[in-house]
Design a protein around this ligand. Structure first.
Ligand SMILES: [Zn+2]
Ligand SMILES: [Zn+2]
Length: 389
């Protein structure tokens, strides 16, 4: 073991080499030293194995971390035997499929497994209201799900016929490729081309499902949407995705939640923001205002002399937390003081009176030129008056 070369040195890359640098360095070496290119050359074969081992370790983030920390010692107890490297745990199908995809010609080595494989996830979306997102809800969605074919009961074989064990691979789904002998203990295998890894061959496919064993069917699925969910988040429904292969479980169904905008509430995390109008008199004198919240109308006591754009906090009136719906965010309300736009004669009179009492100078009747001018600046005046309070 002592004379074992550093893996980075073997590949001729730096210790900080990226995955693509590793791959390209290995590809170069592998092509150069591949035994097919150097028949009978023991030295080339040794170099090829050395590079393959280095790449196998460094291309695996976990193994690379272990190697960086402990060097070759990291793998010495791994059952590799006398100075040998334990290839048995490596997925060479992946490495060679990746590196040599076209190099070996044809399909070459590729992912080789007839073990149970989980099906792919399906995605769907559901539209809900702001309140439904806040408090949770039950929805039904319709999706197209591949269901077991009733005609062949999922076998894919026409009723009355049956699948037979693949003769090419003897039902294993995998066949050895010739490169195997070059790696000593490496089990370099590839997916069986006849049965595509299933180990079984259907001579007479079921006409309903074309031999797949599944037929697409519209299904209604109940989706339980938890309180506190936000726009763009997804609910995972286990095993309602694509069927698995070789007895593997179905994938999951991921339902993305699309939350409608609320006419007055805006959400940020678990807090709600809104605006509420208050009258000039309420702002000046203080008093009860009614504020719309998620829980309905609540009463709030405004302090005398409240300025416009004052933000108040209604504690615990926000959105329930996804983790614990008993914990809720807050509702922040910005109070907007309303400047009156249509006033009765009496109200106008009272305002003029107020204006006088607060030291301003509105004089004369409504027809005077001066009053006309003043009227134009009415909004500004009210604002000044509020500011003076
Ligand atoms: Zn069928
Ligand atoms: Zn086969």
């Amino acid at each position: 073991m002592a004379d074992k070369r550093d893996y980075y040195e073997v590949l001729g890359v730096s210790k900080t080499a990226s995955d693509s640098e590793l791959k390209s360095a290995y590809r170069k070496l592998a092509k150069k030293y591949h035994p097919d290119m150097n028949p009978g050359d023991a030295e080339a074969e040794k170099k090829f194995k050395e590079a393959s081992e280095a790449y196998a370790i460094l291309s695996d983030p976990d193994k690379r971390r272990q190697y960086d920390q402990f060097g070759h010692a990291a793998f010495e107890n791994g059952g590799g035997g006398a100075g040998g490297f334990d290839f048995s745990g490596m997925d060479f199908g992946d490495i060679f499929g990746d590196i040599f995809g076209s190099f070996f010609g044809g399909g070459g080595a590729s992912r080789a497994s007839n073990g149970p494989m989980r099906g792919a996830n399906l995605r769907a979306a559901v539209h809900i209201s702001f309140e439904e997102a806040a408090f949770g809800c039950e929805k039904q969605i319709e999706i197209v799900l591949k269901e077991e074919c009733a005609n062949c009961h999922g076998t894919g074989a026409k009723p009355g016929t049956s699948k037979r064990t693949c003769s090419k691979c003897g039902g294993k789904g995998r066949v050895m490729v010739t490169q195997q002998s070059l790696f000593g203990m490496v089990q370099n295998v590839t997916t069986c081309p006849d049965c595509h890894g299933t180990g079984e061959v259907i001579d007479t496919p079921c006409p309903d499902c074309n031999g797949t064993g599944y037929v697409p069917r519209k299904k209604k699925i109940a989706v339980s949407i938890p309180a506190g969910i936000d726009n763009g988040q997804s609910v995972r429904i286990r095993e309602k995705g694509e069927p698995g292969r070789n007895g593997g479980p179905r994938g999951d169904l991921l339902v993305e939640v699309i939350v409608s905008n609320h006419p007055t509430f805006h959400r940020r995390d678990y807090d709600i923001y809104s605006e509420a109008p208050i009258s000039f008199a309420q702002a000046a004198l203080g008093g009860e205002v009614i504020i719309e919240t998620l829980d309905g109308k609540v009463s709030y006591e405004v302090k005398p002399g409240t300025q416009t754009n004052t933000q108040i906090r209604l504690k615990g009136k926000g959105i329930p937390s996804l983790r614990n719906k008993a914990v809720r965010g807050d509702h922040y309300v910005t109070l907007i003081v309303q400047v009156p736009t249509s006033l009765s004669k009496d109200a106008k009179e009272a305002l003029r009176k107020y204006d006088e009492l607060t030291g301003n100078t509105t004089v004369g009747g409504p027809k005077s030129v001066k009053a006309e001018k003043k009227r134009k600046g009415f909004a500004d005046k009210i604002k000044d008056a509020i500011d003076d309070l």
